[in-house]
Design a protein around this ligand. Structure first.
Ligand code: GLN
Length: 451
């Protein structure tokens, strides 16, 4: 009840939820009480969570923050949200995001932007972005409109909004969480994960979300350990890598200082700091912005006005006209830009020059990490190059917006787990995060370092 009331009071300003379940959430909570009374409580019994509106929820509208899915009610539940339900979680509603998870500021949603709760309420001219694409998830958790939330991360969409909102978030190893029932953006990069107030809550949520699923052919059949126990392990004897290439020219001095502080904390706790090199990291951003739009253009071909969602047609429309009208009316500007980039880099004349080249560079980036793991157990980097920026900034220049992801996309290209840990404040009092990157399926060490 407290969460439902908090949503009523604060969502009109923050716009973190697209759909609020209200009465349905309270009914779920009563059912949860009844299970608890019978001694049948699950691991997350009664915990009120928000669900990013990219996860299909049976009987509850799932929009991907797009007009084209504006009234889509899935008949099925995503595996990840189903796993949370199985363990007793209560769903408060569906959380806002960038349209089809494409963005870094939650400003491309067809349902309006999300406001970062760290914005100064007394200065309406300086409304800050919560980061993206999981801006609704991060804002809701930071504003206490949910105890935790699901999110997805294709190039940073869990870790960057977590950093901007002063909370924790982990993108697990590719294959750790099933992608089944999550609206696809770029399938070889997409991973689900939790955002929560602290690292331990993320560990508890991830344990429920993760697990092998035969319905996703890239789901990994590996055991799901007790991640929460790993948070208390400490870092004694661990080797933590500092990649030389991440010291970017123009990196804010406050972020550089926080990064150094992070190494000092780990050293004090008994870790060894080891310099490493990831020579191809500088190509990660352009590689990502070829691969992700290519896969997106293919995934989004299904929104044709026939199989899913909204249709726009005239009485005399033929099939091609129906496709064109539906997609022109249904997709926002950023989604159309990604589709155009994606179809361009995949087209016959340009495939070798862009897409194939990007795939080769991707392999080199992954190899850099594989070599680093011979020397270190985890890597520490800043989570973002800046703190949260104003809503009207960077909107007219997509390339500047893409630079937000410079520290996060490498983990997606290499399939590695990455955790964003709230670590300090900048001079304006805004939160900053540090990122811990780990070996494939070694989230436990990542949690040990973050915890
Ligand atoms: N900002 C990146 C993009 O727009 C990452 C988004 C994401 O991780 N879903 O593609």
């Amino acid at each position: 009840e407290a969460y439902v009331k908090a949503i009523e009071a604060h969502n009109p300003r923050l716009n973190a939820y697209i759909t609020v379940t209200g009465e349905q959430a309270l009914a779920e909570a009563r059912a949860s009480d009844a299970r608890r009374a019978k001694g049948e409580a699950g691991a997350l019994e009664g915990i009120p969570l928000g669900i990013k509106d990219l996860f299909c929820t049976a009987g509850t509208r799932t929009t991907a923050a797009s007009r084209i899915l504006g009234d889509f009610v899935p008949p099925y539940e995503s595996t990840v949200s189903g796993n949370l339900k199985r363990d007793g979680a209560v769903f408060l509603g569906k959380l806002n995001l960038d349209e089809f998870a494409m963005g870094s500021a939650n400003t491309t949603s067809a349902f309006g932007p999300v406001e970062n709760p760290w914005s100064r309420a007394n200065d309406p001219t300086k409304r800050l972005v919560p980061g993206g694409s999981s801006g609704g998830s991060a804002a809701a958790v930071a504003a206490r409109l949910a105890m935790g939330a699901t999110a997805t991360d294709t190039g940073g969409s869990i870790r960057q909004p977590a950093a901007f909102c002063g909370i924790a978030g982990i993108k697990p190893t590719y294959g750790r969480c099933s992608r089944w029932g999550i609206v696809a953006y770029a399938s070889s990069l997409d991973q689900a994960g939790p955002v929560a107030r602290n690292v331990e809550d993320c560990a508890i949520l991830l344990r429920s979300m993760a697990g092998f699923d035969p319905k996703d052919s890239t789901s990994a059949n590996v055991a799901v350990p007790d991640f929460a126990a790993a948070c208390a392990r400490g870092v004694k004897g661990l080797r933590i890598g500092v990649p030389a290439e991440y010291t970017l020219p123009g990196l804010a001095p406050e972020i550089e200082a926080l990064w150094q502080q992070g190494f000092a904390w780990l050293k004090d706790a008994g870790a060894e700091i080891v310099p490493i090199s990831l020579p191809h990291a500088k190509y990660a951003l352009p590689t990502y912005y070829v691969v992700a739009p290519a896969e997106a253009s293919s995934n989004l071909a299904r929104y044709d006005g026939v199989r899913f969602g909204a249709r726009t047609a005239e009485r005399d429309s033929d099939l091609r006209d129906l496709y064109e009208r539906t997609r022109a009316a249904g997709f926002g500007a950023e989604v159309r830009r990604r589709i155009m980039i994606g179809t361009y880099v995949l087209s016959a004349g340009y495939y070798d020059a862009y897409y194939l080249k990007a795939q080769k560079v991707r392999a080199l980036i992954a190899r850099d990490f594989a070599e680093a793991w011979a020397k270190v157990d985890a890597i520490l980097t800043p989570a973002t190059p800046t703190s949260a920026f104003a809503m009207d900034e960077r909107q007219d220049d997509p390339v500047t917006m893409y630079l937000n992801d410079v520290f996060t996309v490498t983990a997606n290209l290499a399939g590695l787990p990455g955790l964003s840990v709230p670590a300090g404040l900048d001079g304006q009092g805004l939160p900053l995060g540090l990122q811990v990157i780990g070996k494939p399926f070694d989230e436990e060490t990542v949690f040990a370092v973050g915890g």
